[in-house]
Design a protein around this ligand. Structure first.
Ligand SMILES: Nc1ncnc2c1ncn2[C@@H]1O[C@H](COP(=O)(O)OP(=O)(O)OP(=O)(O)O)[C@@H](O)[C@H]1O
Ligand SMILES: [Mg+2]
Length: 222
């Protein structure tokens, strides 16, 4: 079997209110693949991503994930903190104690990877939603993230920038050997991934071929 970049075993998680989200969830994402996570509102998609990113602690079970891990939120305005594109990408590197020239090199490389090099000095407020998401992804690339977790990154984008972003992430996964787990409600995005998971009330009810899952969900919706 292929090596996995994300491995979840018998994961149990409840909120302090007592509401149980996961009771023994298991799944794996193979290294170097682009997987999507689907499910209706409240099925536990964001909670799972937060557990994977170590932003929440499970009551029991194991999570194995290759580090460093990058997280991209639905709303980039909650993620980008510096005034300009280049400064924001560099900000994520402060803990790495790199030299100024190393930081410059990482920022340049990361912005080139998402086709934003020419916008390095642009203020964040002057970017489109899709460009902001690409800056967030560049931040993860600059940190040399092996795994990208993206929680509905296209929810606030128009259809053109939506498909540009998903194609770009597909490309980054393939060209850089990264692994990505992408949460979405939009079935047209499934064409870009290697596989998908379907969550229902915290249970994994299906996984596998994106084409088959897309067909199944379209039939359910119809
Ligand atoms: N911070 C929180 N505290 C308590 N309960 C929460 C919290 N965040 C989410 N929940 C609950 O956990 C369950 C799973 O929520 P989650 O946000 O993971 O769903 P989701 O699949 O991401 O939904 P959506 O598609 O709406 O984003 C829901 O019942 C939700 O109400
Ligand atoms: Mg969510």
């Amino acid at each position: 079997m292929a090596e996995s970049a994300i491995q979840v075993r018998d994961l149990c998680f409840s909120w302090s209110s007592g509401e149980q989200v996961f009771q023994s969830l298991s799944l794996e994402v193979p290294k170097g693949e682009f997987w999507m996570l689907l499910g209706v509102n409240g099925s536990g998609k964001s909670t799972l991503l937060r557990l994977l990113a170590d932003l929440l602690t499970p009551q029991s079970g194991q999570i194995g994930i290759v580090h460093p891990v990058g997280f991209v939120f639905q709303n980039p305005d909650h993620q980008l903190v510096m005034p300009t594109v280049g400064a924001d990408v560099a900000f994520g590197l402060v803990e790495e104690k790199l030299s100024i020239s190393q930081v410059r090199q990482r920022v340049t490389e990361a912005l080139a990877a998402v086709n934003l090099l020419e916008l390095q000095r642009r203020p964040i407020y002057a970017l489109s939603g899709g460009q902001k998401q690409r800056v967030a992804i560049a931040g993860a690339i600059a940190r040399r993230c092996e795994v990208l977790l993206l929680d509905e990154p296209t929810a606030l984008l128009d259809p053109d920038s939506q498909l540009d972003l998903v194609a770009q992430v597909q490309n980054l996964v393939k060209s850089r050997g990264m692994t990505a787990l992408w949460v979405t409600h939009r079935l047209d995005e499934l064409n870009y991934c290697d596989g998908a998971f379907l969550l229902e009330r915290g249970c994994l009810i299906d996984r596998g071929e994106p084409k088959r899952l897309r067909q199944k969900l379209m039939e359910v919706a119809a």
